[in-house]
Ligand binder design. Structure first.
Ligand code: GDP
Ligand code: CA
Length: 319
């Protein structure tokens, strides 16, 4: 048994993972294995960025900028200013100096021939993270946005430059159908006594993870229950632009619609149980009609205590 496995994106995913880490410590259980979305990744100014991986590392290390919501606390932008003076990179995309240190270290190790999994193992050694991090895949499957006008943009340009305001017709991760799960990912899921799907963006954070064929198969096959946490509370995204992403793939911004999008395990999907907010209690019956059991719990992660309480609720739902 490999204990608890979490599937997660960046900011929402890491808030939830902090809660899981605290809950498992309180219960005296082994550290979780966290499978992190790499669909956010991009090559920029010659370095490999892995925004969700880095959000997870920085948050678990306590080195993240909690006010701004991304990057390193106390970061500066001297190198970014210099890059822009050279006319390289994207003027709307800020790279912090400390953050660039991470990207340069990662890129150097990739150039030395290490796999993304091996690189993440090295990056994970700097701080005691209290969880084992794995990328979903070692293959490059960056997310592209297909616009309604027929154009195609890298997800980071659509998200950061256009603030998700250009109407999307869909999302694509070229090559993902032929990608492989990173080493250890399938084993972790198959041996898990519990798999938790974090309240991350269902389309561009959890979507790519579930689109890696071996990961989907492992989730379908695992003997442990698969428990998902709704990122939608009272018909709204808590923060970010997940509603725009959901609309593009024809899913309403509602807790029951996201559950239907993931689907019941007994009906070809991935969920056994779905945690919804008290504000959405009236949607419980429509989720249960899908063949997914429901727990109604407080879903707001306002601080360390509420994140831990949510993780305890998710773990208890599976035990
Ligand atoms: P990103 O990769 O940095 O965009 O972050 P994620 O994909 O991991 O998380 C974004 C999602 O987290 C959004 O869709 C939010 O609705 C959700 N989210 C953020 N804070 C909370 C919270 O406190 N509770 C719940 N249930 N969802 C949250
Ligand atoms: Ca992300």
């Amino acid at each position: 048994m490999s204990g608890v496995v979490v599937l997660a994106g960046g900011v929402g995913g890491s808030k939830f993972t902090l809660g899981v880490r605290a809950a498992l410590a309180t219960l005296g259980e082994p550290e979780a294995t966290v499978i992190v979305n790499t669909g956010d990744d991009i090559w920029l100014s010659g370095v490999r960025l892995q925004p969700d991986v880095d959000s997870m590392i920085y948050a678990l290390a306590g080195a993240n900028d909690t006010e701004r919501g991304w990057g390193r606390a106390g970061d500066t932008e001297r190198v970014n200013t210099e890059l822009q003076a050279w006319g390289t990179g994207w003027p709307w995309f800020t790279l912090g100096d400390l953050d660039l240190g991470t990207h340069i270290a990662r890129t150097g190790w990739l150039r030395d021939g290490l796999s993304p999994t091996e690189v993440l193992e090295r990056l994970s050694k700097r701080w005691p993270l209290g969880a084992k991090l794995l990328p979903m895949t070692d293959d490059e499957v960056d997310t592209h946005v297909l616009l309604k006008n027929g154009e195609r943009l890298h997800f980071q340009e659509w998200w950061t430059r256009y603030r998700a305001q250009l109407p999307p017709a869909g999302f694509e991760n070229p090559g993902i159908a032929g990608s492989f799960a990173a080493p250890g990912v399938v084993e972790a899921i198959e041996d898990a006594d519990l798999v938790l799907i974090a309240p991350s963006n269902p389309v561009v954070s959890i979507g790519p993870i579930l689109a890696v064929p071996e990961i989907r198969e492992a989730l379908r096959a695992t003997g442990g229950p698969v428990i998902g946490v709704s990122p939608i509370i009272g018909g709204n995204v808590v923060r970010g632009m997940a509603d725009v992403c959901l609309g593009a793939v024809g899913v309403r911004t509602a807790a029951d619609a996201v559950a239907a999008h993931y689907g019941a395990r007994l009906d070809g999907g991935v969920l056994d149980t779905w945690l919804i907010a008290e504000e959405d209690a009236e949607l419980a019956a429509s989720v249960e009609a899908l063949g997914i059991s429901v727990d109604v719990v407080p879903l707001w992660m306002r601080d360390a205590e509420t994140a831990e309480a949510l993780a305890v609720a998710a773990i208890s739902a599976g035990r």
